[in-house]
Ligand binder design. Structure first.
Ligand code: TXA
Ligand code: MG
Length: 321
């Protein structure tokens, strides 16, 4: 494990590692983040692998400034107001994904929105500037564990799995960023955090909607909480052979005979490559207009667990509305 003080030289080295597709843990004012280049699918896949996340939840993209945010998201009037008041700082804004963004589908979990924040921690800021691209960064802990607020926590939890840990001292807030969804008409609090909701409401001049069931404001049901891209086509999982008229989502080199649209997630059976290709492949096969996408079995180990979770969700019956 490489834990180093966050000097200018180490930050420069960390930026080079990020551009290469490696993982770097770094301090932010909230908690330590596990960073990867948000434009490289396989680098982002390594985040899920390293955290042992059984699901592809969308990730926050950290950028250096509002101008950089505007390259990946559509910053509307509400977002601009909140950015002016709270950026740089511990507020994450969910906004429509910009048409020309080069962000990996794995960061957004295939959604048409993206969560963005501009950290105020100088190490985080300098690292993102040096990397010269958006950095996807969930908290740097194994899935299900507490968020780390010191470099030592990261080392204890993730250790060898991270290429470099930048030690910038303890995090100022020690609590994750507040997440507000401003992609629609009603600003919605998705996660309470280091910026008090009241402060945000004061700035907006209107109340935030709460997505939590306990608030009683909006109906919510299990499964509805994690919105995900859902293909229009039906999905048939773990198939041995495909039917006429189906599209085939293949994996590995033992592909059954198939006529019609087909995408192989990884001919060599590499789960990291498959994860990086998954959302784009689903969209592309869906766009062909087939009624069903048949999916070959994918091993349920490592990243395969998250891939299979995503496929099951895509295959699940749609909630009635
Ligand atoms: O303080 C923080 O925000 C830390 C530091 C490292 O920046 N990061 C962090 O990331 O807490 P993470 O991955 O642990 O939490 C990200 C949250 C998840 O709950 C995810 O569902 C939500 O952000 N999220 C990301 N993109 C979203 C989107 N497009 N729509 C709705 N929620 C989104
Ligand atoms: Mg977390």
């Amino acid at each position: 494990m490489t834990l180093v003080p966050a000097t200018a030289a180490e930050i420069a080295r960390a930026a080079t590692l990020l551009r290469k597709g490696d993982l770097v843990a770094f301090p932010t004012e909230t908690v330590y983040g596990l960073g990867a280049d948000a434009t490289q699918g396989e680098a982002v896949a390594r985040i899920f692998e390293t955290k042992g996340r059984p699901r592809f939840n969308p990730l926050i993209a950290t950028v250096a400034s509002l101008a950089e945010a505007e390259k990946i998201a559509v910053v509307g009037p509400m977002a601009a107001k909140l950015a002016a008041a709270f950026w740089p700082g511990p507020l994450t804004l969910v906004m429509p994904l910009a048409a020309r963004s080069t962000i990996s589908d794995l960061v957004t979990a295939g959604l048409s929105t993206i969560a963005v924040r501009v950290p105020s921690n100088p190490v985080a800021h300098d690292l993102i500037v040096a990397a010269g691209r958006p950095i996807a960064a969930p908290s740097a802990n194994r899935s299900g564990r507490l968020s780390p607020t010191t470099a030592r926590h990261v080392a204890e939890d993730l250790g060898k799995a991270v290429d470099l840990i930048l030690d910038g001292g303890p995090c100022r807030h020690g609590l994750e960023s507040t997440i507000v969804d401003v992609s629609g008409d009603l600003p919605t609090l998705l996660r309470p955090g280091a910026v008090a909701a009241e402060e945000i409401e004061r700035e907006l001049g209107q109340p935030l909607w709460r997505r939590h069931a306990s608030s009683g404001q909006r109906p919510s049901a299990p499964g509805q909480l994690d919105s995900h891209y859902a293909p229009r086509a039906r999905m048939r999982l773990n198939i041995q052979t495909s039917q006429p008229g189906e599209a085939l989502l293949a994996f590995g080199d033992a592909v059954p005979a198939h006529r019609g649209p087909m995408i192989n997630l990884s001919q060599s059976g590499n789960l990291r490559q498959a994860a990086a290709a998954l959302f784009a492949a689903l969209r592309e096969l869906d766009r062909t207009g087939v009624s069903t996408i048949a999916v070959m079995p994918i091993p349920d180990t490592g990243l395969g667990e998250a891939i299979n979770d995503r496929l099951r969700r895509a295959a699940a019956p749609r909630p009635a509305n």
